[in-house]
Design a protein around this ligand. Structure first.
Ligand code: NIG
Length: 411
């Protein structure tokens, strides 16, 4: 297997404690993983070499929350919101109708375009959810398409009770036939635990059914108001609870303490990560998720795009990270870590081997992600800037210069 030496890295943000931020750095990539990381002056020889021209580099973004399998347009809803109307979960049905009406090839092509756009923006590891089918065949189709296109698939049949359905009967369907049809394509189950979507009791049933089917747990919680999402996610050991706009002091403390073992030490792979979604918060004019307070409480946070047609129609992680710095009060280092290692932790993909009994990732890859470290998957995002702070300093500028995913140049 040939090796590639990348030099000319003015600033390398490794998100790895032992190396931190390196100046005048280089990396060697071999067999899809980082084989060497350090100062350029110490770099070993390799079969091939490339000079990155004095640019900044960091791990590829890990986007741990998106909804990319959909058809239809909701720009009028967005415009009405900007004119003062509130966001309501009911808009999900509009996208569901359009998605059901799409043919397989059309839906696959829309999904592929969205994955390409995310990749061109520096995202190298992507989760996406079902949730705009809401019938057994439509959810199974969305999951199968997603499994062929992204790294991680989440079953979100419990996104909304579809128009005309009885909430209890629909919850039963999600936990029964729908779960059975979707589970072979998915690694995770998720539920929108919110007023207007699923009650805490229904959410618990969905999560417990998913767990019994071998899926890991995720929760959409505390988005539209205070609620039981965080509580439920932590109690059931979900890998993440996402949105977290409305948190009580107890919620903050629960997230801070989640995954701690004896002596208050975090036990890897057991915590509930709080995933903040800056683009969604702007697009819904919601109170920004309290990212800084979550960190102060001891929680692990992730930043994700939540790309979807209703609340966050962007897959730009550069934008999300810039916004987290500019608006949420995170330092650059905190925001980068949340959008790389934080996302990896939210997907429990930061470690070498998958826990026994955990389903394989859709990508088939088992290499850890989220850091630039020897043995980690060679996911590298090179900026057209000498330092990563340009992500916040020049918001909205096209800063992605090149992207490597598992050692392959993809953008
Ligand atoms: O994560 N909150 C629920 N689901 C999506 C929004 C979906 C939609 O409005 O279409 C979200 O924001």
């Amino acid at each position: 297997m040939s090796s590639l030496l990348l030099t000319g890295i003015a600033e390398l943000t490794t998100v790895e404690e032992s190396t931190g931020v390196l100046r005048d750095a280089a990396v060697v990539v071999e067999d899809g993983r980082f084989a060497w990381v350090g100062r350029a002056q110490d770099a070993p020889a390799a079969d091939d070499a490339r000079d990155l021209g004095g640019r900044a580099a960091l791990p590829g973004w890990v986007d741990s929350h998106s909804h990319l399998v959909f058809d239809g347009d909701r720009s009028a809803e967005f415009e009405a919101r900007m004119a003062g109307r509130d966001y309501a979960a009911g808009g999900i049905q509009v996208t569901t109708d359009a998605t059901r009406a799409a043919d397989d090839a059309g839906l696959a092509s829309l999904l592929a375009q969205r994955v390409r756009a995310a990749s061109a923006g520096g995202t190298t590891y992507l989760e996406t959810k079902t949730g705009y089918g809401l019938t057994v065949p439509d959810e199974a189709r969305s999951a199968a398409l997603a499994a062929a296109a992204v790294d991680e698939v989440t079953f979100l049949g419990a996104h909304l009770v579809p128009t005309g359905a009885d909430p209890e009967q629909y919850t039963q369907l999600v936990c029964g036939d729908m779960l059975e049809a979707v589970a072979p394509h998915a690694r995770w189950i998720d539920v929108f635990c919110e007023r207007g979507a699923f009650t805490p009791a229904q959410s618990r049933r969905v999560l417990e059914a998913g767990r019994a089917a071998g899926l890991g747990l995720r929760v959409h919680g505390n988005q539209l108001g205070p609620g039981a999402g965080v509580d439920l996610a932590v109690e059931l050991g979900a890998a993440s609870v996402d949105h977290v706009n409305h948190l009580s002091d107890e919620d903050l403390a629960r997230l801070g303490a989640s995954g701690t073992g004896a002596g208050g030490v975090k036990v890897e792979g057991t915590e509930t990560v709080a995933t903040v979604l800056p683009a969604c918060d702007l697009s819904t004019r919601a109170p920004l998720a309290p990212a800084k307070r979550l960190l102060q409480a001891g929680a692990t946070i992730a930043i994700a795009s939540n790309c979807n047609p209703g609340t966050s129609y962007t897959s730009s992680m550069n934008f999300c990270v810039g916004t987290a710095v500019l608006q949420m009060g995170l330092s650059l280092a905190e925001a980068i870590e949340a959008a790389t290692l934080g996302g990896a932790r939210a997907l429990r993909a930061d470690r070498e081997s998958l826990a026994a009994g955990t389903r394989p990732r859709a990508s088939g890859s088992e290499a850890p992600i989220g850091r630039i470290a020897v043995g980690h998957r060679a996911d590298l995002h090179v900026l057209d800037a000498p330092a990563a702070i340009h992500l916040a300093y020049r918001p909205g500028m096209p800063l992605t210069h090149a992207v490597w995913r598992a050692g392959e140049r993809v953008a």
